[in-house]
Design a binder for this molecule. Structure first.
Ligand code: SF4
Length: 457
């Protein structure tokens, strides 16, 4: 946010959204409520009548970033309402920024709106019909996040999400499917299914059935994937744990109904470290499970994140992880250096790893994985794949394949393809690869995804 256009008409609210995709969904809900009441969004602090800052409280570095964002909004605007994960630490926020108007925790949509009313009275005549039925989204028009549950029943020792967001609370499946349907009808071509633990979906509801399109569907991971797979959009599953029942969605991936992509935050591979982390499914034989998945769906891409330098991680544990990565051949990997999070149990574990050693292990893991990713992606050269276009400029189009989630994975560059449009889906032949990205050429003519079919070459 920067320069300041003149204020006219409806009251304007500035919005800063920090943190993970789940927080982004919270922001979208709050903005939808505000727009339904006739508020408008401001792209600048100065043009806003008040600013909402949706914070992240996951890591200490994220909290620092949140405090800095609050300070910036206060300096530029003066009327600031804080919400989100860091909102549960109201004392800390007030100690740094006593001038904030109000502080709420995550998912407190109505409370945020109430505080906005107090700061900036709601417009007299709400323009309800200005809000599209699918709500307001902060993502580009062609993809959207679909949050299926809140909270988490696990107790990973490095994580405070369960204390921030509570235990698993799944949305009824009918409600999720109706939202998905509205999004697709509004032009969304890719749904990114998110939660804290997608494989646990529905457990808290006793897998209760609800109606959608004239039949009953169970609130269960498999039923959800099946129903979403009937919508004709790309369905991408995030935050899945390697439980045995996950095997059941692999045939849907092989049939092309769900993208052949699983985002599984393994975090480590060495059994003692996984045990100390108290990770879900840590006793599963994951390499065997991955092999089984690949037998069911050879096109499967796995993405994961790892933490290096967890308290007690020995050189043997780390070498085990590198060896595991060599065998697992994951397409996409992110890595974090362990850091303490206020309130997490892992802070008290013995054997904290010195910063220099953490940095060394981080660099070794990234280098090791780069060679694996480069080899995995080199295997894509010469293949025909489907891509979706994210951006077009005067040099060509930047797209993504089934293997690439937005923001976190690689891209497919289509040089010279300036006639494509955002959201187009087309088949391409891969001509070149490096360790993260692909380069490709279209096969036949470009196709507008709105038509739902590919043009003949
Ligand atoms: S699965 Fe573990 S890391 Fe993920 S939200 Fe739950 S407790 Fe935190």
């Amino acid at each position: 946010m920067s320069s300041s256009p003149p204020k006219t008409g409806a009251p304007k609210i500035g919005f800063v959204s920090l943190g993970c995709p789940k927080a982004l969904v919270d922001s979208e809900r709050i903005i939808t409520l505000l727009r339904a009441e006739g508020y408008e969004l401001s792209a600048t602090y100065e043009g806003a009548d008040a600013v909402v800052v949706n914070t992240c409280g996951f890591l200490n570095s994220a909290k620092e970033e949140s405090l800095a964002a609050i300070g910036e909004a206060l300096a530029a605007n003066g009327k600031v309402i804080v919400t989100g994960c860091m909102g549960v630490e109201a004392d800390r926020i007030r100690a740094s920024h006593p001038g904030v108007l109000a502080i709420t925790g995550p998912q407190q949509y109505e409370a945020v709106v109430e505080h906005v009313h107090q700061a900036v009275p709601r417009p007299h005549d709400p323009f309800l019909d200005l809000v599209p039925p699918q709500g307001i989204r902060l993502t580009p028009r062609h993809y959207a996040y679909l949050k299926i549950s809140e909270g988490c029943n696990n107790a990973c020792s490095f994580c405070i999400i369960p204390s921030l967001r509570g235990r698993l609370t799944s949305r009824p499946i009918g409600e999720v499917l109706r939202e998905a349907e509205r999004l697709v009808a509004a032009g969304v071509h890719e749904l990114l299914v998110i939660s804290q633990d997608t494989s646990a979906y529905g457990l808290d509801l006793g897998y209760a059935k609800s109606a959608w399109r004239g039949s009953e569907h169970e609130a269960r991971f498999l039923s959800l994937a099946q129903a979403l797979g009937s919508l004709g959009a790309w369905i991408r599953l995030h935050y899945v744990y390697p439980y045995p029942h996950v095997d059941q969605v692999l045939p849907l991936m092989a049939e092309g109904r769900v993208l052949p992509y699983l985002d599984i935050p393994f975090q480590h591979a060495s059994p003692p470290v996984l045990k100390a982390m108290r990770r879900p499914a840590h006793q599963e034989k994951t390499l065997q499970r991955i092999e089984r998945w690949r037998a069911l769906c050879p096109e499967l891409a796995l993405r994961s994140t790892f933490i290096v330098g967890f308290p007690g991680e020995t050189e043997e544990d780390f070498a085990f992880l590198l060896d595991w990565l060599s065998q697992a051949r994951l397409a996409r990997v992110g890595c974090f250096k362990y850091e303490d999070v206020d309130g997490a149990q892992a802070n008290a574990l013995p054997g904290h790893v010195p910063l220099g050693l953490k940095e060394e292990r981080y660099a070794r893991l990234m280098q090791h994985q780069q060679a694996i990713s480069a080899a995995v992606l080199a295997g894509r050269v010469g293949k025909t794949i489907e891509v979706i276009v994210d951006e077009v400029d005067d040099e060509g189009a930047i797209a993504r394949s089934h293997w690439d989630a937005p923001e976190i994975d690689g891209s497919v560059y289509l040089n010279g393809q300036t006639a494509l449009a955002q959201g187009d889906r087309l088949r391409v032949r891969v001509t070149h690869a490096d360790e993260y990205d692909l380069w490709a050429e279209p096969i036949g003519s470009a196709v507008c995804a709105e038509k739902g079919q590919y043009a003949e070459a």
